[in-house]
Design a protein around this ligand. Sequence first.
Ligand code: TXA
Ligand code: MG
Length: 319
Amino acid sequence: MQTEIGTDIAKAKMILERGGLVAIPTETVYGLAANALDPLAVARIFEAKNRPAFDPLIVHISKFKELYKYTSSSLDKLGKIANKFWPGPLTILVPKNDRIPDIVTSGSERVGIRVPGHPLTLELLSTLDFPVAAPSANPFTYISPTTARHVYDQLNGRVDYILDGGPSRVGVESTIVGMEGNEMVVYRKGGLEIEELQAVFEGTIRINDFSDSNPQAPGMLKKHYSPDKRVLLLTDDTRLEECDKDKTGLLRYSSPVTGFSSQFVLSEKADLKEAAARLFEGLRYLDKCPIDTVFIEFVPEAGLGRAINDRLRRTLAEE
Ligand code: TXA
Ligand code: MG
């Protein structure tokens, strides 16, 4: 059966209340949502995405105050940060209480929670009397979706409804943080810049995000965002002189290279925000081109550039 794409919040609500799956727009990427308090509904997410059960899901709530319904802790430091940046591209890992089923956190004692910054989804969440669990709405290890069409292309027939909120404004997933003792730890670099966190958090922030054996974040796998094409890192443009220009695609930061027809420039004005918003679109575009290899290059390692480079590193990873 074909999945309908639309903007009908009442319909999305009804499907979620019946334990179904709805793709929801957020400012970061589209999510594949189900009732977070219903383990059977949550199990359907894992099935639709082919996602292994050891990879936990983020719980989406409509407002900051809801946070205290699902955690067993008082959260002074993380609470302050969340209150400042929500709605927004920030997920906090907090001790969960019994209302959150184990399937959501893959058995972990901590649950990831955020208030997404998208008006349509916030409206939907505020009409529900439960939060939704939602991973990015892509098949496991493939590129995250930033439009309703991307979701449709990959999950048509596996999701009951796609709520269309236009292209995702930020374009990379939320920054994930938690506390370890007095330190704030960043488990995934994302749409909220570390510089912004640093400006508000009084204390040390440690980055612990690119590891294949990270016990705090079992699901933050190295291999991710993987196109079907071979992906190679370009560190020196002279290497392009030898390659077959018809069979090679390029993902460029700001400067195109002449002679390559399969090419995607993230931001001609070298703006990292624009580059982040276009990253997954670019990877998808190149994956559809009639080429066998894609050369990518890193962007400046600052602000959103850190999140972009993190995704590019995972795109390059082989397992
Ligand atoms: O921007 C986002 O965060 C998007 C939108 C839809 O909200 N969601 C998203 O979800 O990116 P997902 O499932 O694709 O990535 C969430 C990551 C996973 O790598 C997972 O392992 C980690 O967050 N995570 C979630 N809950 C966790 C937990 N309780 N403990 C450790 N890691 C967790
Ligand atoms: Mg994902």
